[in-house]
Design a protein around this ligand. Structure first.
Ligand code: NAG
Ligand code: NAG
Ligand code: NAG
Length: 348
């Protein structure tokens, strides 16, 4: 994790520094569609439109106004989706072949959870007009080629104060069938502390360094928590009243399951930023754009790396050594985020 400090606004980033990526899951996305269509899913017969709204952030701007961010995904699903029925076993086997050798296939055989595959069996609705209703104002936006819309609106502070409830603003997104969906924007003030946390292998065991295990952990097994992390985050929330922002390289399709898992484990409420998220305020760019605002960085090492690993020194070049710390077990994390976590007096 990395933390840097600037006048009043502190951000804490929690990242897992992995050189491997979750591109594999994204490749599977295309394969899933092919497998689905060869198993009786008529892709021209999607008949049921839905929308997914990802909890996002509203930032207080320098001039005291607010920038409210909205991110959603419009897609069609089918009630006649045979993939979810009897043919799922054969489809799962075909899918497993993408990632596994013959011996490894046994491990995957017919164990894919249909519910987790379902969100991939969809048709994105491109170029559709969406109405965003915030308070008594309507805005119009359009979905891109992936059925996504990602936009932000400037609001006056007085309006935000009127609309907010528990530091949140509720809004609606209305599709072309007049179907209405509810979304939430979490307000982040210029003062205060924000915890930005990676999901995979930081709080949820994903095992991204092993492709077989990654796929199994994503599509087969019950999601598993990194022990102690929900408690640690709740302790931080209670002590610092910080906001939480969860980041994952996994595709949007996994958002619903991820959110359910976070709720079950009682992680503090927060915003979710899956693969597609590109808000400049979020994540990696924060360190580059506002380096002084990052107070601490905590990195969860999953391969037994130590703090003196050269890789980390390269990654945190220019970041004071006391601002970052490597941990394996959540018990190594400080309960209080007021002080720098790392060893003092050394230069990077
Ligand atoms: C998967 O299971 C089915 C029956 O449950 C079996 O016929 C098939 O051979 C198995 N495939 C592998 C690769 O083990
Ligand atoms: C916003 O749009 C919705 C749906 O079209 C409509 O019901 C509502 O009255 C509109 N509100 C305003 C303030 O125009
Ligand atoms: C927590 O912070 C929010 C601002 O982010 C503030 O509105 C709220 O009153 C704070 N709660 C406590 C208990 O300090």
């Amino acid at each position: 994790m990395l933390s840097i400090k600037i006048s009043y606004y502190f951000i804490l980033i929690l990242i897992y520094l992995s050189l491997t990526s979750t591109q594999l899951i994204h490749k599977l996305q295309d394969k899933l569609k092919k497998v689905a269509s060869s198993h009786g899913i008529d892709t021209t017969r999607y008949d049921y439109e839905e929308m997914m709204l990802f909890p996002n952030v509203g930032f207080e701007t320098k001039d005291g106004g607010w920038r409210l961010n909205v991110h959603g995904w419009r897609f069609q699903t089918s009630i006649r989706n045979k993939f979810l029925g009897k043919s799922s076993s054969a489809a799962a086997q075909r899918l497993a072949r993408v990632v596994a050798s013959d011996e490894q296939l046994v491990y995957f055989n017919d164990t894919f959870q249909r519910e987790r595959l379902k969100p991939f069996m969809l048709q994105d609705e491109s170029n559709e007009r969406i109405t965003i209703e915030i308070g008594n104002q309507n805005f119009s936006t359009k979905t891109d080629k992936d059925g996504q819309f990602r936009t932000s609106y400037m609001f006056k502070n007085a309006d935000v104060q009127k609309l907010k409830k528990n530091q949140q603003i509720a809004y609606k997104a209305i599709g072309d069938n007049d179907d209405s969906w509810k979304g939430t924007i979490y307000l982040v003030e210029r003062k205060g502390l924000a915890v930005i946390s990676d999901i995979d292998d930081t709080v949820k065991i994903s095992e991204v360094i092993d492709k077989i295990r990654l796929v199994a952990n994503t599509f087969i097994h019950k999601f598993r928590v990194v022990p102690g992390m929900p408690e640690t985050y709740r302790t931080w929330k209670a002590k610092h009243n910080c906001t939480f922002h969860y980041i994952s390289a996994m595709p949007d399709q996994l958002y619903t399951f991820t959110k359910e898992f976070f709720d079950e484990e009682r992680f503090p409420e927060g915003t979710y930023h899956m693969s597609g998220e590109r808000d400049p305020e979020i994540y990696g760019s924060i360190a580059r754009m506002y380096p002084k605002r990052v107070r601490s960085i905590f990195i969860r090492a999953v391969k037994g790396e130590k703090g003196d690993d050269e890789r980390f020194f390269t990654a945190f070049k220019g970041v004071p050594r006391e601002k970052w710390m490597i941990f394996t077990d959540s018990r190594e994390l400080p309960k209080d985020l007021s002080n720098p976590p790392g060893p003092k007096g050394k230069k990077t």
